[in-house]
Design a protein around this ligand. Structure first.
Ligand code: 5GP
Length: 193
């Protein structure tokens, strides 16, 4: 996706050899125009898939999930919460997710009342790296007997194994931009030298 690619070129920062920092427009300060275009692009890829609900994980996947859900005709967004919340209650589906950026596991929770058997669900996230977040969300969908239709990702890191594994399984995975490598702080995207 051209607009996202240009934003990464202009404002993205590579940290070490495996972290892409895009918090000036994607997941801390948020460029709403760009996020709206991202939502359109993900929605276009899943328009024929009769999506009932979009499922991101707190917090950084929520912005793209909102604009995707809006572009799909205002389907609901149900986001997986991290940690304990008294207001979520005990009637929840849970999964353990190892966070690539926090280098620690946490429990994610979704209230049973918001995911129902047979619902067609699209997972949306800002990044795909090792695929841990998607596996946690898929576990929750299995518990709910909801259908995992596919995943829409803003930035896939092609040098980490999550994307390859999901595609090998036949999962419908749509990534708007793929980062191939980080070299000396420079973010190399697919199709570049
Ligand atoms: P995975 O679960 O696929 O290993 O990693 C994806 C999750 O970790 C996403 O929810 C995302 O928030 C976070 N993440 C993974 N890699 C990066 C990265 O390079 N930069 C940022 N900002 N977040 C990342």
């Amino acid at each position: 996706m051209r607009e996202l690619r240009e934003a990464i070129q202009a404002y993205g920062v590579g940290i070490g050899d495996d972290v892409v920092k895009v918090d000036s427009f994607l997941n801390h300060r948020i460029n709403v125009k760009l996020l709206t275009e991202i939502g359109q692009a993900i929605a276009d890829a899943f328009r024929e898939d009769r999506i009932d609900c979009v499922l991101p994980i707190a917090a950084s996947g929520i912005a793209a999930a909102l604009t995707t859900a809006q572009a799909l005709g205002n389907v609901p967004v149900v986001f997986a919460k991290k940690g304990h919340h008294v207001n979520v209650g005990a009637d929840v589906y849970t999964a353990e997710v190892y966070s690539f950026t926090h280098r620690a596991s946490s429990t994610i929770r979704v209230s049973r009342s918001y995911l129902k058997e047979g619902m067609r669900v699209l997972i949306v996230d800002d990044f795909l790296a090792n695929g841990e977040a998607i596996e946690g969300l898929r576990s929750i969908l299995r518990q709910a007997k909801a259908e995992f239709v596919g995943a829409g990702i803003c930035i896939e890191k092609g040098f980490q194994p999550g994307g390859k594994r999901l595609r090998a399984e036949g999962v419908k995975l749509v990534s708007l931009v793929t980062v191939e490598a980080i070299r000396d702080g420079k973010i190399i995207m697919a199709g570049e030298d």
